[in-house]
Design a binder for this molecule. Structure first.
Ligand code: DAH
Length: 346
């Protein structure tokens, strides 16, 4: 009986040493059989009580040898088998199969609709793009632009000042770029400045604390209001269709004199009156005017020699009217279900 058991262990040792598991499946079968929780060596070890005392030690050593042999085989082939399996998997890959389609993003409706188109329209008539900092100082944003110390726009309520600063702020309009350019360049100056601006507004469907503007500035000898009007008419026709008309209403801005607001004939109804234009036939698009001589002087430009015009417009409101978007917050949430609708807008 005990001799038989010892023979069985010896046979197992032989079998183990001669095993050559070649595939992942064979190796796993081998592991289960000799090293797993229910391996064949365990019950054999249980038989030790049937072995006469003088052979117990020897028997135990054989069982242990079987276990060590199994571990040695397993370790010896494991890496090779894994490698072979990986190689086999690679062989399975069809290199001629077409790739997975990559989901393409879409341009943001703000960038697409407005900023880019506006910039492009003005580029065609000689305006160059000026991009400037969003973190500005009080001087470029307000003082140079003729906005007096006590002007309500400077109020902490409307302007985001940097922490512990009364000097540095997030620009409240792209008009700050006018001051940047006029202090750095000599006339003639003809720039278009797109960018983001910030105001401390309560966020709602109609207003946001960040939005986009495009600013235009033209300074040269003999620039007149007629030049401004003609340029804006060109812009309106390019932007909103050849049949567009414009009208200028007197207004006030600290940095222009005279100042005006420009309406364009409603791009939806053509001027006959609809929901978009609130049945007036006109849609307000921008603020503009002749650059106040004081602003030229503030920026070191001789106002007796040079004159100029400027204009500035908000982007989101135009885009909302054009696409009949009712909530400005949608522009800043980056929800692809919203953005995807503008994939091929232009
Ligand atoms: N900066 C003005 C605003 O944010 C817009 C504006 C009005 C800009 C008239 C101009 C201008 O350049 O001439 O409301």
């Amino acid at each position: 009986m005990s001799i038989e058991l010892i023979d069985r262990v010896k046979h197992l040792i032989e079998e183990i040493k001669n095993s050559k598991p070649g595939t992942r499946e064979e190796l796993e079968a081998f592991r289960l059989r000799f090293l797993g929780a229910k391996n064949e060596l365990k019950p054999l070890m249980g038989e030790i009580r049937n072995i006469p005392d003088e052979l117990k030690k020897q028997f135990g050593q054989f069982v242990n040898e079987a276990k060590l042999a199994a571990e040695a085989v397993f370790e010896a082939v494991k890496e090779k088998v894994e490698q072979a399996a990986d190689e086999a998997a690679i062989q399975q890959i069809d290199l001629t199969a077409p790739g997975e389609p990559m989901p393409l993003g879409s341009r943001h409706p703000i960038a697409t609709t407005h900023m880019n188109r506006i910039v492009e329209i003005f580029s065609r008539i000689g305006f160059t793009v000026a991009e400037e900092r969003e973190i500005e100082d009080d001087w470029h944003n307000f003082t140079a632009m003729n906005t007096p110390e006590d002007h309500p726009a400077r109020d902490m309520q409307d302007t985001y000042y940097l922490k512990n600063s009364t000097e540095m702020l997030l620009r409240t309009h792209t008009s700050s770029v006018q001051a940047r350019v006029m202090t750095a360049q000599k006339p003639p100056i003809r720039i278009i400045a797109p960018g983001r601006v910030y105001r401390n507004e309560t966020i709602s469907a109609r207003s946001h604390c960040q939005f986009h503007q495009v600013e235009g500035l033209y300074i040269d000898e003999g620039v007149s209001f007629a030049d401004l009007k003609q340029t804006l008419l060109y812009f309106a026709k390019e932007m909103y269709g050849v049949n567009s008309r414009i009208r200028l209403r007197p207004s006030f801005f600290p940095f222009t004199e005279p100042s005006a607001e420009m309406d364009v004939s409603c791009f939806l109804c053509g001027g006959s009156g609809c929901r978009i234009c609130k049945y007036t036939g006109w849609v307000e698009i921008l603020g503009c005017g002749m650059v106040d001589p004081q602003v030229l002087e503030n920026c070191g430009i001789d106002s007796s020699r040079y004159s100029g015009y400027a204009f500035g417009m908000g982007i989101e409101r135009q885009a909302m009217l054009l696409h009949q978007i009712t909530d400005i917050r949608l522009f800043f949430e980056n929800d692809v279900r919203f953005l995807n609708q503008f994939r091929a807008a232009f």
